[in-house]
Design a protein around this ligand. Structure first.
Ligand code: AP5
Length: 215
C-alpha cells in the first residue's frame, strides 16, 4: 500500500518476474475492464476518471474472483488493494474462510512532491498496461512500448488536479489501514525513495523474513 505513484506497481512487477508470484493490481484490472468495455469497466470508469474509489462491493467481487484462479493458489501480491477498512475486513474474512492469511503488508513511504514528479513523467502502454517513466524507466524507442510497439499515453487520472484528489483519498481512506495491519504484526513501512532496485532490496529483505516465519 502507498500513495499514488509511490512505485507499488513497479515493485510488484519486479517481484512477479523474479519470484513467479502473480501480481494482482485492482487498478490494472479495472483499466483492462474499461479497455474491454465490460460491465465492471463501465461501472468503474467514472470513479477512476475522477480519482475516486470504486465502490467496495464491485472491488470485492473482482478480487475474490481473481484470487480463486489457480495461479493464486500458492500465493499472490496485492497492489492497490485493500484500500479501505471495509475491504481489509472483507479480505481477512475471505482468506480466513480458506484457512489462509496475509504474510506481510508493505507501506511505501514517500513525500508527496516525489510522487508528483513520478506521476507527471509516467507513460503507459494502452495495449499491455506496462508502465514507463520518461527519465527513470524510458522505453528503448521514445514514446513506444518495448513489448508491443504501441504508442505510449499518459493515464487520464495522472492529470494534476486528479492526482491531488487521489492523494486526499489515500490520506482519508487508506492511510488508516496502517493501524489495522500494524496491530496484526505483519506490517513494514519502507522508504520508497531511491532507485527501483534499492526499494526492491528493502522489500525483499522483509519478504524473506516473513517467508522464513511461514515455513
Ligand atoms: P491504481 O492503478 O492502483 O493507482 P494508484 O494506487 O493511484 O497507484 P499508481 O498506479 O498511480 O502508482 P504506483 O504506486 O503503482 O506507482 P508506479 O509503480 O506506477 O488505481 C487507479 C484507480 O483505480 C483508483 O484511483 C481507483 O479509482 C481505482 N481503484 C483501484 N483499486 C481500488 C480499490 N482497491 N478500491 C477502490 N478503487 C480502486 O510508479 C509511478 C511512476 O514512477 C512510473 O512512471 C514508474 O516508472 C516511476 N517509478 C517507480 N518507482 C520508481 C523509483 N524507485 N524511482 C524513480 N521512478 C520510479
Amino acid at each position: 500500500m502507498g500513495p499514488p505513484g509511490a512505485g507499488k506497481g513497479t515493485q510488484a512487477e519486479l517481484f512477479q518476474r523474479r519470484h513467479g508470484v502473480p501480481h494482482i493490481s485492482t487498478g490494472e484490472m479495472f483499466r483492462a475492464a474499461v479497455r474491454a468495455d465490460t460491465e465492471v469497466g463501465r461501472r468503474a470508469a467514472e470513479y477512476m476518471r475522477d480519482g475516486e474509489l470504486v465502490p467496495d462491493a464491485i472491488v470485492q467481487q473482482l478480487v475474490e474472483d481473481r484470487l480463486m484462479q489457480p495461479d493464486a493458489a500458492a500465493g499472490f501480491i496485492l497492489d492497490g488493494y485493500p484500500r479501505t477498512l471495509v475491504q481489509a475486513d472483507a479480505l481477512d474474512e475471505f482468506l480466513a474462510r480458506r484457512g489462509r492469511a496475509l504474510d506481510g503488508v508493505v507501506l511505501f513511504d514517500i513525500p508527496e512532491e516525489v510522487v508528483l514528479r513520478r506521476l507527471t513523467g509516467r507513460r503507459v502502454c494502452p495495449v499491455c498496461g506496462t508502465n514507463y517513466h520518461v527519465e527513470h524507466k524510458a522505453p528503448h524507442v521514445p514514446g513506444r512500448c518495448d513489448l508491443d510497439g504501441a504508442e505510449l499515453i499518459q493515464r487520464r487520472d495522472d492529470a494534476p488536479e486528479t492526482v491531488h484528489r487521489r492523494l486526499e483519498i489515500f490520506r482519508r481512506w487508506t492511510a488508516p489501514l496502517v493501524d489495522h495491519y500494524r496491530a496484526l504484526g505483519i506490517f513494514l513501512a519502507v522508504s520508497a525513495q531511491g532507485t527501483a532496485e534499492e526499494v526492491y532490496e528493502r522489500i525483499q529483505e522483509f519478504a524473506a523474513s516473513r517467508a522464513a516465519r511461514a515455513v
